[in-house]
Design a protein. Structure first.
Length: 344
């Protein structure tokens, strides 16, 4: 199976497996694991933040950020299809007692006018607006990269009005490669962020939370509260260090393959998409037939995809999906999208 369901399906490389097998470890909850400590320092340096924290998953990373930046009864502003809203099991409400107010976005970027309108005025009837949350790249917007000028403007507005800025940077390094900007520049105006090591960068497990030393001290406590203290976590951090060091250089190939697939699909009668909108490693296709049926038919041709709606199908390129996977995906789509069931 050529697996294009997600960039989370990558397998650890031989170098990662060797590093994991040979990793020097200690109890990270006591701050004694050398590989975790090194990974956190390396990540903080790359992201231009004073401190960082290794956590088990991107969802935990995002939620630790929101838990650090909010108090019960407060409000987070997020784009209407943000991961923190749609794909984290209602965690913000259940864990932190905060609500998420949504605004319309353009390719995942919240519109300034709507953020301004969503900001609460001081009133005992209203929740206090505490956080503006951004997602870069934006999954449901097809891996769109948020423009730096817009991030800067939104962050300036947020800070001027007493809001903290969070970034779900699960695929931040895809934005780095697509924009040509350093990660530290992209997140310079962000108070806290999370970055996945286990998506495009290819580590088997783990994410990074980064921010000020004070915020990371709180984040470390929340990680413990959530059961994220993993003790001898250096076995995982050793692979994460390789992913952080070597993974970003491999992402351009994923972007190239995604654009090539999009250009091929744009010529087929059973799907609709704009190849020009494919900036990174994600390709969304609007199917004329039922997307779940199309997903099943593609699987019969040896290609795994992910239906994210009744008429929406996602392909995600990653380190383990090379040119052979691209060729297989094009061939499978040419076979499936011309079938009557895909055209209905």
């Amino acid at each position: 199976m050529h697996d294009l369901r997600s960039d989370t399906v990558t397998r650890p490389t031989p170098a990662m497996r060797e590093a994991m097998a040979c990793a020097e470890v200690g109890d990270d909850v006591f701050g004694e694991d050398p590989n975790v400590t090194a990974l956190e320092a390396e990540a903080a340096a790359v992201l231009g933040k004073p401190a960082a924290l290794f956590v088990p998953s991107g969802t935990m990373g995002n939620q630790i950020c929101l838990g650090t930046l909010t108090r019960p009864g407060e409000e987070v502003i997020a784009e209407a299809s943000a991961h923190v809203l749609l794909n984290e099991a209602g965690a913000a409400a259940r864990l932190w007692g905060c609500q998420i107010t949504t605004v319309t976005g353009t390719r995942g970027l919240p519109r300034m006018s709507e953020v301004q309108a969503a900001l609460r005025t001081p009133d005992i009837h209203h929740p206090r607006t505490a956080v503006l949350s951004l997602e870069n790249t934006h999954n449901y917007a097809g891996g769109a990269v948020l423009p730096l000028a817009e991030i800067t403007a939104l962050a300036a507005f947020a800070h001027a009005n007493g809001l903290a800025v969070h970034m779900d940077g699960a695929r931040l390094f895809n934005a780095v490669v697509a924009s040509g900007l350093p990660a530290a520049r992209i997140v310079a105006d962000v108070d806290m962020l999370s970055v996945c090591l286990s998506k495009g960068l290819g580590a088997p497990v783990g994410s990074i939370v980064a921010g000020s030393s004070e915020h990371i001290a709180t984040a470390r406590r929340l990680r413990k509260l959530l059961g994220g203290g993993m003790r001898q976590a250096g076995v995982l951090a050793a692979a994460g260090r390789i992913a952080l060091a070597e993974g970003p250089a491999l992402l351009a190939a994923d972007h190239r393959r995604a654009r090539a697939l999009a250009e091929a699909l744009a010529e087929l009668p059973g799907c609709e998409l704009d190849p020009g909108g494919v900036e990174t490693n994600i390709v969304f296709v609007n199917t004329r037939g039922d997307a779940n049926d199309v997903q099943r038919r593609l699987e019969e041709h040896g290609v795994g995809t992910f239906a994210l709606g009744p008429r929406r199908l996602r392909f995600v390129f990653h380190r383990d999906a090379g040119d052979d996977t691209l060729a297989a995906a094009v061939a499978a789509c040419r076979a499936v999208f011309v079938q009557p069931a895909a055209l209905r």
